[in-house]
Write a protein that binds this ligand. Sequence first.
Ligand SMILES: Cc1cc2nc3c(=O)[nH]c(=O)nc-3n(C[C@H](O)[C@H](O)[C@H](O)COP(=O)(O)OP(=O)(O)OC[C@H]3O[C@@H](n4cnc5c(N)ncnc54)[C@H](O)[C@@H]3O)c2cc1C
Ligand SMILES: NC(=O)c1ccc[n+]([C@@H]2O[C@H](COP(=O)([O-])OP(=O)(O)OC[C@H]3O[C@@H](n4cnc5c(N)ncnc54)[C@H](O)[C@@H]3O)[C@@H](O)[C@H]2O)c1
Length: 472
Amino acid sequence: MKRIETDLLVIGGGSGGLSVASGAVQMGAKVVLLEGGKMGGDCLNYGCVPSKALIASGKAAYGMAHAEVYGVANASPQVDYAAAQGHVADVISQIAPVDSQERFEDLGVTVIREYGHFLSINEVQAGDAVIAARRIVIATGSSPLVPPVPGLDKVPHLTNETLWELRERPGHLLIIGGGPIGMEMAQAHRRLGSDVTVIEGAKALGKDDPEMAEIVLEKLRAEGIEIAEDALAQEVRGTEGAIEVAAKDGRVFHGTHLLVAVGRKANTDKLNLEAAGVETTRTGIKVDDSLKTTNRRIYAIGDVAGGLQFTHVAGYHAGIVIRSALFGLPAKTKTAHIPWATYTDPELAQVGLTEAEAQKKHGAGFETVRFHYSHNDRAITERKTTGLIKVMVVKGRPVGVSIAGYQAGELINLWSLVIANGLKMSHVADMVSPYPTIGEVNKRAAGAYFSPRLFESDMVKRVVGLVQRWLP
Ligand SMILES: Cc1cc2nc3c(=O)[nH]c(=O)nc-3n(C[C@H](O)[C@H](O)[C@H](O)COP(=O)(O)OP(=O)(O)OC[C@H]3O[C@@H](n4cnc5c(N)ncnc54)[C@H](O)[C@@H]3O)c2cc1C
Ligand SMILES: NC(=O)c1ccc[n+]([C@@H]2O[C@H](COP(=O)([O-])OP(=O)(O)OC[C@H]3O[C@@H](n4cnc5c(N)ncnc54)[C@H](O)[C@@H]3O)[C@@H](O)[C@H]2O)c1
């Protein structure tokens, strides 16, 4: 058995682990990285990247079939599903070098391609190596949750790990779960020519503001996606090509393929956490707000920490851990400025409190301002007028923003900056946006906050009247 002593051991080479490893090694720490699966983790290989690439294929097909409104004849897209999956694979291969073993070794990281498990409070075994580390970061991510629905173990089904291997377009794709994975893949497949039924146990896109989610769901339904809500999958039957999902209320859905997208399970099984004194919760590894586990020299970041499960959150966590583990500086996570976006068309994005959460937290002390995309000139030119931005404001400062519409995921960036830095609505109103941009909706939302204060105020009118009398 080989023994390695190091400053920092990172377990997991996905979004979080790679960010910690590259940051730490470039700041002079001795770093060992373990990766048992593919370098780049879920986001690159099975998550964000392939899903956004397939969405792009769907968008291209949809654009061809709906060009008439721009004065270009509609064309019936000849979809080659295998080629679309080939595009997905090619996109992954273009990004992969950034996350590769070679790149990390060039940076000076010792990369071991094995799964690790704890031997003690500061030792981990990976293959034939035992690594003793001053600090350890667990960044092992999450896996698709396959619920104990009777029949599911016998019926062939896809998850986000296997979907990208499919080369034949599903005739009728059943999707259990109407969260972001389910809805993004539903629209991509519908646009590529599959019939699609989403079977959702509660409400589709249920983690978002219902008014905003409805804007998206209405469009998805209009594109021909069947979205069955309050349909808890209770039994799965059939064989490849003829699958049935029975819901609790008696509805039965028929399709050719089944995708299971009902959430995530933290990857803790292989770690032997008991040996390190690291405790878990129902959703993942137990951490405090500085991401320390119940063993103070061990951190857990990203999906395995059981909070918000996004690549940018894993990256944010990496920054917190570097501050704490490398510089010994106090660093705590905050969530108020963490955005998320679902890349359906139209997109759905959120940062901070939703309207319902603001109501609960601030009662009468908050107000909501709204601006509709239908008043944005660029949205009109692009014929993307279905959309709404809502900003929840407390004493002149935004505490939450919800956007449903074209490029919502891009627009939310600004509001993360605003909330992260405690900026006010007046700062957003001061910004000058180039005309005509979709980004003007942000400024116009701020304008909607000030308009009644300026245009409906007797005081303002009196002051203007007075000044006008005295002005030469
Ligand atoms: C279909 C889908 C679409 C998504 N789309 C988006 C999106 O658009 N935007 C977004 O922000 N997020 C998205 N996500 C979420 C995003 O992929 C995750 O939040 C992110 O990958 C989490 O990063 P991580 O570092 O925590 O884990 P991962 O990236 O999963 O990395 C963990 C790594 O640890 C390795 N590992 C596990 N156990 C061990 C062990 N014992 N020893 C060594 N290695 C181990 C695994 O092999 C894996 O490579 C999506 C997820 C899915 C499933
Ligand atoms: N654009 C993005 O950033 C993006 C995209 C995809 C995934 N993700 C990440 O991946 C995570 C997982 O996504 P997800 O969509 O799998 O999970 P999710 O938890 O967001 O949604 C799962 C849905 O499945 C439903 N469900 C659970 N059991 C069911 C059953 N038996 N029958 C019917 N419905 C059932 C739930 O009610 C829920 O609405 C997300 O929370 C997010 O963090 C992000």
